[in-house]
Design a binder for this molecule. Structure first.
Ligand SMILES: Nc1ncnc2c1ncn2[C@@H]1O[C@H](COP(=O)(O)OP(=O)(O)OP(=O)(O)O)[C@@H](O)[C@H]1O
Ligand SMILES: [Mg+2]
Length: 337
């Protein structure tokens, strides 16, 4: 098997807050197999999506209590690099990120072209060349010529998001992390940005981690999907499989909570509330909200059961011996629906 573009294994990130650490990322594993592929990270607010992304960028706040695990980019282990090496060789150069809400914090007094060129000038490029490169990037993300000399407040939301994407692309990264890049945009602009991302996957073949609340949106762009819940990935697998054949009840419920165009059945709201990550539930973190919970769920932490597509799911219903008649019952229900 060839080396995957990205392999994240058992990533853990706890924050210090009061007497108990916040278990923001707690044993997360996933892969992006090839260049130009995208993984969607889907989950409710507070499930640890941004924390996982900032851990990959090594842009962590001061109050980190524990940070460990393995992050391999094209076979290179990143967690053992010094901060200096990571800054010089990896951040922005190989892994770049469009931060959540970044389109609202563009510098209001610097022309957008100059904002993009700044990084290149800082890296030693001559100003004129850097501005020309910025213009080329703005054009690449679908903005009209001349927009580089405008200020952020003169642009629409969609245009500002394109500027932010161009800024992240300035060093030709292999992997682009996008944290909720379309959540502040209306549906038609959202679709345009999604088309741009699809295009960038094709050419120049950028790999992506696409973070969203919206599993439908993720399935439109992504080859695989990780379903985040309370600091863990309860399910990971190919987008096609996760959508049609989820192996975790939380994924099934997320799908049922979506309104569907051709389905007369109304969406089913997700029961209950996400847990407090300073005191995550024992056993399976989802068990207090899970309609299928049974004896082992509140007591034993479910392992990541392998799924045929190479993915995994943290749910005892995937264990024929433990689940007995319950074995994949939720799965059958989804397929029959
Ligand atoms: N610096 C910090 N110190 C303490 N707790 C934090 C810190 N940053 C985030 N958290 C907590 O970590 C958990 C995960 O937060 P995170 O922002 O990663 O979630 P998210 O999935 O990105 O949520 P959203 O969808 O709302 O953006 C939350 O409980 C949050 O309150
Ligand atoms: Mg977030």
């Amino acid at each position: 098997m060839s080396t995957p573009l990205l392999r994240v294994e058992d990533l853990l990130l706890y924050y210090r807050a009061g007497n108990h650490p916040v278990h923001a990322v707690d044993g997360v594993s996933f892969t992006i197999e090839d260049r130009g592929q995208a993984v969607g990270i889907v989950g409710e607010s507070g499930s640890g999506k941004t924390s996982m992304a900032t851990a990959l960028m090594r842009m962590l706040p001061k109050n980190v209590e524990s940070f460990r695990g393995s992050i391999q980019l094209a076979g290179q282990e990143l967690t053992t690099l010094s901060d200096d090496q990571f800054r010089r060789e990896i951040r922005w150069k190989k892994i770049a990120m469009v931060f959540q809400g970044a389109m609202n914090v563009l510098n209001p007094v610097v022309r957008v072209g100059e904002q993009i060129a700044e990084t290149l000038i800082f890296d030693g490029m001559e100003k004129k060349t850097a501005l020309a490169r910025a213009d080329a990037l703005l054009e690449r993300v679908g903005l009209p010529a001349g927009i580089g000399s405008r200020y952020a407040h003169e642009l629409s939301g969609g245009q500002r998001q394109r500027v932010v994407i161009a800024t992240a692309l300035v060093m030709n990264p292999e992997l682009l992390i996008l944290d909720e890049p379309t959540s502040a945009l209306d549906v038609s602009v959202q679709a345009q940005i999604m088309n741009l991302l699809k295009d960038l996957k094709e050419d120049p073949g950028i790999s992506m981690i696409f973070i969203t609340h919206d599993i439908g949106l993720a399935s439109d762009l992504c080859d695989s999907i990780a379903v985040a819940y309370a600091g863990q990935h309860v399910e990971f697998g190919s987008a096609d499989r996760v959508l049609v054949e989820p192996h975790h009840p939380y994924s099934s419920l997320l799908l049922s909570s979506l309104p569907r165009l051709h389905d007369p059945a109304p969406p089913v709201p997700m029961p209950g509330e996400p847990p407090d990550l300073t005191h995550p539930p024992a056993g399976c973190r989802f068990h207090p909200r899970c309609p299928y919970a049974f004896a082992p769920c509140p007591v034993i932490v479910p392992p990541e059961y392998r799924v045929e597509d190479g993915g995994h799911a943290r749910c005892f219903l995937n264990d024929r011996e433990i689940a007995g008649d319950r074995y994949q019952i939720h799965l059958q229900a989804t397929i029959d629906a």
